[in-house]
Design a protein around this ligand. Structure first.
Ligand SMILES: Cc1cc2nc3c(=O)[nH]c(=O)nc-3n(C[C@H](O)[C@H](O)[C@H](O)COP(=O)(O)OP(=O)(O)OC[C@H]3O[C@@H](n4cnc5c(N)ncnc54)[C@H](O)[C@@H]3O)c2cc1C
Length: 263
């Protein structure tokens, strides 16, 4: 069984996010990190391998991004992937969700995975949609918010989180599964794995090498256009209750909460 894990390099959680008024895109300069949601996908692949119910020949980390995105691949390899694949091309710059999903599907096609695992969301774009777009192009079944995976013979039995509880769904392989962050507790990479990550095989592919139609990607190939960006409304300052008489203060707080139907 070959598992491909989609991973993305995102601005570090500590970096204040800013939209560039010129390009109307997220300013991705500054400190970056592996999307934390993707560590759950890699951990799920490792647990399938270690669970012993399926022979996992390879776990491949796959990303689309600029040159700097190799750091996310190194982190993915340190967490357990055997090798990595980097789709990188200036033609991809400005790709929206549809173009990104199409490009990732093309690079995955060249790998022929039995299972594609990805995070529930990216920490920057937070579209929650890449899994569905990739699956649509690959003509594979797709599940989202999966919090338990059991491998049966050629199928997966998954639990997916829903508003009302859980669905248990059986899905044939190959499939595209986006995992929720409740699925597992990702392991920490060992120092040896971190040191060895740069020595693991890493292939870089340009659009032409995986059959991407350059008219379908980049700003020109994207169907979405950002017309305007606006800052979020300023937060109103809170109300402060000075505690001179505790009983009176408690009564005031309860009345305040009650007025807003919070209790
Ligand atoms: C008009 C427009 C222009 C844009 N231009 C750019 C640009 O120039 N540069 C840029 O970086 N972004 C750009 N974006 C944002 C980019 O389209 C999204 O980041 C991308 O589509 C993924 O969406 P998401 O991050 O919300 O993924 P989600 O759907 O929230 O992510 C789910 C999972 O998908 C996987 N995933 C997501 N993206 C990737 C990736 N690139 N490689 C591997 N796995 C991935 C991860 O496993 C992730 O956990 C643009 C968006 C728009 C609308």
């Amino acid at each position: 069984m070959k598992i491909c894990c989609l991973v993305k390099e995102v601005p570090d959680a500590a970096v204040q996010k800013r939209l560039d008024p010129q390009t109307k895109r997220l300013d991705r300069s500054g400190e970056k990190n592996l999307n934390p949601f993707d560590t759950h996908g890699i951990e799920a692949a490792m647990q399938i391998r270690e669970g012993g119910r399926a022979d996992v020949d390879e776990i491949v980390a796959v990303t689309m991004g600029p040159e700097s995105a190799v750091r996310a691949l190194h982190k993915a390899v340190a967490l357990g992937a055997d090798r990595s694949l980097h789709l990188s091309d200036a033609a991809l710059e400005g790709s929206d969700v549809c173009a990104t999903g199409y490009s990732l599907a093309k690079v995955l096609e060249s790998e022929q995975p039995d299972l594609v695992l990805l995070g529930q969301q990216s920490d920057d774009g937070e579209c929650y949609t890449i899994g569905a777009v990739v699956a649509d192009h690959l003509k594979m079944p797709s599940l989202t918010q999966v919090i338990k995976i059991e491998v049966e013979d050629g199928t997966l039995v998954c639990e997916r989180q829903a508003e009302y509880g859980y669905d248990t769904v059986e899905v044939d392989l190959p499939a595209v599964i986006s995992v929720g962050d409740a699925i597992n507790e990702p392991r920490y990479p060992s120092l040896k794995a971190i040191m060895g990550a740069k020595k693991k095989p890493l292939d870089t592919k340009a659009t032409g090498e995986v059959g991407i139609d350059s008219g379908e990607v980049g700003e020109a190939g994207s169907k979405t256009q950002v017309l305007e960006i606006n800052p979020p409304p300023e937060k109103e300052s809170g109300e402060v209750f000075e505690d001179e008489d505790t009983a009176e203060t408690v009564a005031k707080i309860v009345a305040w909460l009650d007025e807003r139907k919070l209790i």
